[in-house]
Design a protein around this ligand. Structure first.
Ligand SMILES: *Cc1c(COP(=O)(O)O)cnc(C)c1O
Length: 230
């Protein structure tokens, strides 16, 4: 079941790449399987079916699950991170998508320094300015990017955003398009040592549009694993 759904998602990503108008049709897309609220058995099934990137959004849940999984995959923290959990996040995750304040950036930097790690991070942008969501407003993005770039134990690798949950998914398109423009502009900034290569956007209901508009990391849960039980 998971393997079949995964195949369908991968096929849809390929189809979306072909529909791109502004973005190179060849630019690759990495699929992150979001396993939050799904058990380790489901995780193993996805990995056996070819998944190499796993996304979780809660530290405690990730910690419990990762410990029992011996597979060699890349771990993504996609959810909001509290500064007091920075130590565990740094110990567990290859890429943290959710840096959205200087305070958090400094906390992650400090913990990474303690274990001699260079932590890859993305800065999360709240493009639609939804109060319920984390992320920095675009007006404040540049100064946060400069802070992250200057911190010695952080490596800035790109941007992330979550689109509002519109009933009409086409409404996400202008946001994704603007996010891609911001991504291109960010690539042009002469940073100290950042390498802006990832644009993380798109979830189960909107990933096809995100890929059409230039996402190169998509975070898909429900479309692979089915509905979550809370
Ligand atoms: C849960 C989650 C996803 C995946 O959501 P689905 O709709 O199940 O695909 C993606 N990104 C973030 C930040 C999430 O919290």
């Amino acid at each position: 079941m998971i393997a079949e759904r995964l195949q369908a998602v991968e096929a849809e990503i390929e189809a979306a790449k072909k529909r791109r108008a502004r973005v190179s049709k060849d630019a690759s897309v990495t699929l992150i399987a979001v396993t939050k609220n799904h058990d380790v058995t489901a995780m193993r099934e996805a990995i056996d079916a070819g998944i190499e990137e796993i996304g979780e959004n809660r530290i405690q849940e990730a910690k419990e699950k990762f410990g029992t999984l011996e597979r060699n995959v890349k771990w993504h923290l996609i959810g909001h991170l509290q500064t007091n959990k920075a130590r565990v996040a740094v110990a567990l995750f290859d890429l943290i998508h959710s840096v959205d304040s200087e305070h958090l950036a400094r906390a992650i930097d400090k913990e990474a320094g303690k274990i001699g790690k260079r932590q890859d991070v993305l800065v999360q942008v709240n493009l639609a300015k939804e109060e319920s969501k984390s992320g920095i407003y675009k007006e404040d993005l540049r100064s946060l990017l400069d802070v992250v770039d200057a911190l010695p134990n952080l490596h800035l690798a790109g941007l992330m955003c979550i689109a509002p949950n519109y009933d009409d998914v086409e409404k996400c398109r202008p946001l994704f398009r603007e996010m891609y423009e911001i991504f291109l502009k960010t690539k042009e900034i002469p940073f100290h040592d950042a390498n802006i290569k990832y644009l993380s956007m798109g979830m189960s209901h909107d990933y096809a549009i995100a890929v059409e508009e230039g996402a190169n990391l998509v975070r898909v849960g429900t479309a692979i694993f089915g509905p979550r039980q809370y």
